[in-house]
Design a protein. Sequence first.
Length: 126
Amino acid sequence: MIRIVSPGLDQLAADLVEAQDAIVPASAKVTGMACNNIKKDVQKRWSGLVHLPHLPRSITYDVTTKGPLVVGDVGADHALPQGKLAWIPELGTPTSAPHPAFRPAAEKEQPAWEMFLAKVAAEALE
């Protein structure tokens, strides 16, 4: 039997648990800012749609946390005017080409979001 003794491992484990307490709220804040940027980008991409003038105002976002999990959700609120129709410009129809907004907006925001999340993690581990 081989026994490995690693001094400081208990301290590292404690530091990681402590860091989680700081990382989750900061990550939620960064995720909220990213979701808001995505929402605004989608609204901009869809502003001026002649047949769906109210659709941009139906785009909302929400950030939830459950333990260490942070989830951001951006989409059309079906309770708002024309919210149920977001699939039409996003996917297109047999008579109209798609005008995607969600994926391009998310792909545009992703590098900045990842950079800020890395910054949050680094600060929490210091």
